[in-house]
Design a protein around this ligand. Sequence first.
Ligand code: SIN
Length: 474
Amino acid sequence: MKKLHFINGKWTGNELETIEVMNPATQERVGEVPKGGTDETRKAIDAAHDAFSEWSAKTVYERAALLDKLNDAILANQDELARLMTLEMGKPLAEAKGEAAYAASFIDWFAAEGKRMYGQTIPTHAANKRLQVWKQPVGVVAAITPWNFPLAMLTRKMGPALAAGCTVVIKPSRETPLTAIRFVELCEEVGFPAGVVNIVTGSSSQIGGELMANEKVRKVTFTGSTEVGKELMRQGADQVMRLSLELGGHAPIIVLDDADLEKAVNGAIASKFRNSGQTCICGNRIYVQEGIYDKFVDRFTEEVKKLRLGNGLEDNVDVGPLINEAGVEKVETHVKDAVAKGAEVTTGGAAASDLGTCYYQPTVLKNVDHSMIVMSEETFGPVAPIQKVTSDQEAVTLANSSPFGLAAYVFTESNSRGMQVIEKLHYGIVGWNDGAPSAAQAPFGGMKESGMGREGGQQGIEDFLETQYVSIGL
Ligand code: SIN
């Protein structure tokens, strides 16, 4: 299957070299896309720039009508989109179907939220003046999207951008361009005008370099690593590029001794093993208070042992492959380092090379401490290290001892303890007795080095709008 760039309403790029898209479950080729670079990106930006005045002049109701059709189209093609995601990046099919529905929910939410882009009338200080605040779309947006949620992270950016009146150039991850291209096909099918939605695949450095340097781009929205996020900030500095960055995480899961054990175990499993542990908000380290530590480790291990590892296209698979062999190597390094420093493996603890080159067994480590790299670096794999803590304060101090601040989880049945712990956590998202806090209507984003801006919720459209103050003399 060969797919092309979509620029100014036309599929193009047949003449270019291609990039192969591989299935991490089988190492088979799934398709190919053009290896575009600076020229194609510039053309896409020009198209988005030319389309902007007409698109932004439409009423928000006209834009919402198209977004509503797009929502319907995603849901009507849910199975196909899910299968494509599983083929490209390995997540179990049931999770991929869930992602397609989650992706549609952002389009649905922002179609409606666009109708609430209220400005403001400010009481005047002078009888001959009227003061108003207007909201204006920021302009051409570059959306740079990741492989771990190939569709939902795209729609979480496209929904608010399009509702606000912006036009977009998409640069999908090199690993998962096919899902993004299918999404763009749906945009074309439902009738978005030429130039409003464009996609370019290929060289990250060339495409990214042009997106960051081109003065016609007014905003970049990026999901990916903190390292790349910092580089984008540097590159965008010269033109004071508006940036939304959803970056790395290293989520702590805190289980206090009055937690409901079953809620805590199920919540921690949901958080830790979603997408094989390749989720920015997935629990990376678990702190359990001493009174419940042994019981938690035993029950958690028992449940993890039940998780079925395999090709996401097969029935009843809970945990799929990692995205590539480098992902497996990183997980191996974290586990070996922890074991060498005294951690004990209660289940898993090795690659599953009988299944293929990208599989790692769901793994639980006990008796871990902060000398181990798994407690400070993002693992992005199915490994759950569990450390014993004595007090609420110790859990908070350890949880906050990270440059990241995306998501944290707290399990306690006490309102008082829960509130006091959460108020002290420097995290943008907290799941309290909840291992799956994400929702289209809620703000998603991090503190500290986990990024800036929020996606989803009321807040999610603000980043695509400029505030324009108008002082009117009568
Ligand atoms: C992510 O963490 O990469 C996105 C996950 C989500 O939206 O829940």
